[in-house]
Ligand binder design. Structure first.
Ligand code: PML
Length: 244
């Protein structure tokens, strides 16, 4: 198999990314065509193709649930309650919400990757606070089938790719040993976010921010022990998710 990854920039800023694990030349051609269409505008695009020698598999993705709220505050309170069910302390969950609200990058704005946060103390554990930790090398075994199943469940086509990418990423995170995750997009036009955990599954929550806000990101709640292995799994070990 091959890992195919795309990232695009405009004026030096990351604007789009995507990835696939593909088995044949035909799949690779199709994936490149799809990824090429992803960014609306860019002045630099980098596509990386890497041969993989060992791909792990997980049978089932996290179960999806969805909750809509009238305002951000109620959505955030709900997210905190859910994170507590996974053992994240309330103060730590609130710290993570504050971090994503103001932009987790100490130089201002968003990070490319995720924050690693000690689930008990709230200490930030990622070495590089501008880059963060990037979960990569994961995909659906049959992306088109999963798309079809999600459409049958009533997911709108315009949100499909985003959900597919986020769900496979959250599934890999837990597989690697992340205890729980909090996420919302930095896209100003997309206010749905999620919390994920082994007991929780993948809980979509709307609205996690106000319209027009360009700040977002991911916080992974983790144990301090075994951090190196966890990071190695998230960033290096390829994983296919077999079923929805
Ligand atoms: C979803 O379930 O709709 C995805 C929510 C988070 C998307 C994160 C992103 O696109 O950056």
């Amino acid at each position: 198999m091959f890992s195919l990854r795309m990232r695009a920039e405009k004026d030096g800023r990351h604007v789009s990314g995507g990835e696939r694990l593909v088995g044949t030349q035909e799949d690779m051609r199709r994936a490149v065509e799809e990824l090429l269409k992803r960014p609306k505008e860019y002045d630099l695009m980098v596509i990386t193709v890497e041969r993989l020698y060992r791909v792990e598999r997980v049978r089932k993705a996290l179960t999806i649930y969805s909750y809509d709220f009238k305002e951000v505050e109620s959505a955030h309170n709900f997210a905190v309650e859910k994170l507590k069910e996974e053992g994240v302390r309330e103060e730590v969950a609130r710290l993570a919400l504050e971090l994503l609200k103001r932009g987790p990058n100490p130089k201002g704005g968003n990070m490319r990757g995720a924050v690693l946060m000690d689930f008990q103390t709230g200490e930030r554990l990622e070495q590089d606070r501008e880059r963060g930790i990037r979960t990569v090398r994961m995909d659906w075994k049959d992306r088109n089938l999963v798309k079809k199943l999600l459409i049958e469940r009533g997911i709108k086509r315009q949100y499909l790719e985003r959900l597919l990418d986020a769900l496979v990423l959250a599934t890999k995170n837990l597989y690697c040993g992340v205890l729980a995750e909090l996420c919302w997009s930095d896209d100003p036009d997309y206010t749905t976010g999620y919390v994920a955990g082994r007991k929780l599954g993948y809980i979509r929550i709307k609205p996690m921010k106000e319209w027009g806000v360009p700040l977002g990101g991911r916080v992974y709640f983790v144990k301090k022990e075994g951090l190196e292995e966890l990071i190695e799994c998230l960033e290096k070990r390829p994983l296919l998710v077999e079923e929805l």
